[in-house]
Design a protein around this ligand. Structure first.
Ligand code: SF4
Length: 247
């Protein structure tokens, strides 16, 4: 079946309106859920049902904080922008409904750079670091990473977001990963990963249902420890899983 996001043989362009195509599903999976579930289904299940078992090493937390600061600075890389981030009052949980509504309003209002631009299709949610308007209804997607290079998992990350936007009917002209270039004045270096994002769409199609079922499972997923505990990211549940396996 032809992919509507990137028609075969042509320049990748979404061929439908970005507006009013979003649907809410009963199950919900975020970009982080998808990426972590692809690394290990048990990791996704623990995130959803036993997050208190997670142990984030201090160095990792510092790296995550630095990454957030880099991402915040990158929001201005194309000039003025509007950020869609919103939280459920009294919590640190994102208010996805509000973020999706704000994104639709920003699109209608002609905003050129929408940061944390939020979309959902049948329970699959993502917040795009920077959605950059090229023409009226044509966009570029930018995923920002505080890393000195573009790693394969970053491309998969951007690919998931491109998949969600495609399902929402976006017209997307390119997908980019922005990495941390060694230049203090202008450290934001975009790399075009559109073709790789195209290739990743089928991986999302093939796995999204399985990962939704994992997240919704009432019983704990059983997965033996292995290479996935360190790759591509060190897992924060290793202590718990070692206890289960009697190590
Ligand atoms: S420690 Fe390994 S098996 Fe356990 S949740 Fe993490 S990746 Fe999965």
């Amino acid at each position: 079946m032809q992919n509507l996001l990137f028609p075969a043989g042509g320049h990748p362009v979404y061929n439908r309106s970005i507006m009013n195509k979003q649907k809410a599903g009963t199950m919900s999976i975020s970009k982080t859920d998808f990426m972590r579930g692809m690394q290990c289904p048990k990791m996704l299940w623990l995130d959803a049902h036993r997050p208190e078992l997670k142990v984030i090493p201090p160095d990792t937390q510092k790296r995550l904080d630095r990454g957030n600061e880099f991402g915040d600075k990158a929001m201005a890389m194309f000039g003025p922008y509007q950020e869609m981030t919103a939280y459920i009052p009294g919590t640190q949980y994102p208010d996805k409904r509000k973020m999706i509504r704000s994104t639709q309003q920003a699109i209608r209002a002609g905003v050129e750079n929408i940061c944390e631009a939020s979309f959902e299709h049948e329970g699959c949610f993502c917040a795009v670091d920077i959605l950059h308007r090229m023409e009226d209804d044509v966009w570029e997607l930018y995923e920002v990473k505080d890393s000195p290079e573009v790693k394969p998992q970053f491309i998969r990350d951007a690919g998931y977001q491109a998949w969600v936007l495609d399902k929402c009917g976006a017209r997307l002209d390119g997908v980019f990963v922005v990495y941390h270039y060694n230049d203090e004045v202008d450290p934001f270096e975009p790399v075009d990963v559109t073709e790789e994002a195209i290739e990743f769409a089928h991986v999302v199609d093939e796995n999204i249902g399985r990962l939704m079922a994992v997240k919704e499972s009432k019983t704990e997923i059983e997965t033996p420890m292995g290479d996935q505990c360190e790759t591509p990211y060190a897992c924060w549940y290793c202590g718990y899983c070692r206890t289960l396996s009697g190590e």
